[in-house]
Design a protein around this ligand. Structure first.
Ligand code: S1T
Ligand code: MG
Length: 551
């Protein structure tokens, strides 16, 4: 086999199911082998941010790596932001970039697409990946590929592989996959850690399980659900973790949103005497809106391969081993403080009248759709569309809940459909649609048919909420429904609830092409959850000012 075939086979052996990409002259040989070998399906797009977001969306759905392949320089640098998002949210994306060969380097001339130096791209990607390699030696290539792919899986972070264009067709030995990649395990430390956790849980009155993205990234949602059931304790997700355990039989109370969320749920989490945080990342999005500062002496935090509780830190405790051991030791805990999930607090029963549509009406219409025909997976962009998803029944969701980049929605919807074969609903604001929504032109060639809901307020409304005086928040007025028709789908423009319901029913019926529902929303009209976030953050800032003034 040649080096490219060896790499493609190794990708497949490490769980990769598809490649997203845009070629260039430094990557043409690799893309030629990728297309002609058929080892993995290849989907090309129009702009590299979409390549990165689609691979991220697919990786999140698979719980396994996905590939974003680009050319050197113009392509690679164009995709840094999506890979930064994947790094921040622990999504295992494998970046494969073409690169200059020996012939290119020895001319004594500057190489086109290079920036500061020939290794500039590698240096930049070191900041958003957990391991990197340039494959310029076929003798060492198999071991280097094995190492980098193992780190991608083991750390659930992006990695960078550069394949010089004059190396692609060199014959190369196949990659020997390293043993199941897992963090090194200290058995005695694991036993001591589990003992201490069980002791705290058994002595608690109000334990609660808070789950974060690592339980999906390391493929242990089922095991986590079993643990929760055996302990008999309630489960909530972090903002970043919304959508986790959506198909599992657990006592799921919803998403912890602090001051912006359900008050009973917020109280339960913040007053718990044994909050168990599994696979949770301590970010401002997840905990910045905490009404009450957590007493971290009581928090049990298992994340990034270690466990901290009280003043103890247990290094080298892989999450999957911890959950397995806890499950073996767990027994029903009868929490005295129980929050029985009240009937669904999600809005339903849209009144299909002439009232102008609000973001929460969109959530209500989707909830009604789900109750009639079952849930659909959702890909959300960043803007009020993201906060709107929090008013939608609990379902599979991919969204940039922490890194908060725009442009994620439509491409991640592609990644979701490529990875799962399920038709997604995409929620995106007009500003974010202007970034990557045009990529819908590529949907027909792959038979993808998302239902894309564009919240069109002709505004960067999320920014206006915090800085209303700025005129730059006004966006051009565009008819996205007309544009959808030109991009190969069906466009529906709606203003009233009645039109929204009709358009959604029609979109669901039409599966032969993507459906775009452009919802005209007045400026200043926000989702319930965003209102709560803004009120909560404003209240906290005022309190901080008062505290500052008093100190
Ligand atoms: N650029 C990128 C790539 N991501 C971002 N998050 C931003 C800029 C900053 C930003 C937001 S929210 C927002 C911007 C520009 C406006 C979003 O407008 P739109 O998509 O129309 O949604 P809505 O009108 O619902 O706000 C976050 C806070 O950083
Ligand atoms: Mg907008």
């Amino acid at each position: 086999m040649n080096l490219a075939e060896v790499l493609l086979q190794a990708l497949k052996d490490h769980g990769v199911s598809e490649i997203f990409g845009i070629p260039g002259d430094f990557a043409l040989p690799f893309f030629k082998v990728a297309e002609e070998s058929g080892i993995l399906p290849l989907y090309t797009f129009s702009h590299e941010p979409t390549v990165g977001y689609a691979a991220d969306g697919a990786a999140r759905c698979h719980g396994k790596p996905s590939v974003a392949a680009v050319t050197y320089g113009a392509g690679g640098f164009n995709m840094v932001n999506p890979i930064a998002a994947a790094y921040a949210e622990k999504s295992p994306v494998i970046v494969i970039s073409g690169g200059p060969g020996e012939g290119d380097k020895n001319t004594g001339l500057l190489v086109h697409h290079q920036a500061k130096s020939l290794n500039s791209q590698l240096e930049v990607y070191k900041e958003v990946t957990c391991d990197q390699v340039i494959l310029n030696d076929v003798q060492t290539a198999p071991a280097e590929i094995a190492r980098v792919l193992e780190n991608c899986v083991r750390q659930s972070r992006p990695v960078y592989i550069e394949i010089p264009r004059d190396m692609v067709f060199h014959s190369c030995e196949p990659v020997t996959k390293n043993i199941t990649p897992s963090l090194s395990l200290n058995e005695k430390a694991l036993d001591a850690c589990v003992d201490e956790i069980m002791q705290q849980i058994e002595g608690s009155h109000s334990p609660v399980l808070v789950v974060g993205v690592e339980i999906r990234r390391f493929g242990i949602e089922e095991q986590t659900a079993e643990l929760a059931k055996r302990l008999g304790i309630p489960v909530v997700t972090t903002l970043m973790g919304r959508g986790l355990l959506s198909d599992k039989d657990v006592n799921m109370l919803g998403t912890y949103l602090g001051v912006a969320g359900d008050p009973d749920l917020t109280q339960l989490v913040e007053n718990s005497d044994a909050p168990i945080l599994l696979g949770v990342t301590l970010t401002d999005g997840n905990f910045g809106v905490s009404e009450k500062k957590f007493d971290f002496r009581k928090v049990i935090l298992a994340s990034d391969g270690q466990v901290s509780m009280g003043y103890h830190l247990y290094p080298e405790i892989p999450l999957e081993q911890l959950v397995k051991q806890l499950h073996q030791r767990a027994h029903a805990i009868e929490p005295e403080v129980r929050l029985i999930p009240t009937p669904s607090k999600y809005p339903t029963g849209l009144i299909a009248d002439q009232t102008p549509v609000t973001p929460t009406d969109i959530a209500t219409a989707i909830n009604d759709l789900f109750s009639n025909q079952g849930p659909m997976p959702i890909a959300a962009d960043m803007g009020d569309c993201f906060f709107t998803t929090l008013d939608i029944e609990y379902t599979d969701l991919v969204a940039p809940g922490f890194y908060a980049t725009m442009g994620f929605g439509v491409p991640a919807g592609f990644g979701m459909q490529a990875a799962t074969g399920r038709r997604p609903i995409v929620l995106v604001g007009d500003g974010a649609f202007q970034m990557t929504g045009w990529e819908l032109l590529n949907a027909p060639r792959y038979g993808w048919n998302p239902i894309v809901v564009v919240l069109n307020n002709s505004s960067w409304e999320l920014l206006r909420t915090f800085q209303p005086e700025s005129k730059f928040n006004d966006l051009p007025v565009l008819n996205y429904a007309n544009i959808a028709n030109d991009l190969g789908g069906d466009g529906h423009q709606v203003t009233t609830r009645q039109e929204l319901k009709a358009a959604l029913d029609m979109a669901v019926e039409n599966t032969d092409k993507f459906q775009l529902i452009e919802v005209i929303i007045g400026q200043g009209v926000l989702s319930n959850t965003l209102h709560q976030f803004v009120d909560g953050i404003t209240r906290m800032r005022k309190q901080a000012e008062i505290n500052g003034a008093c100190s």
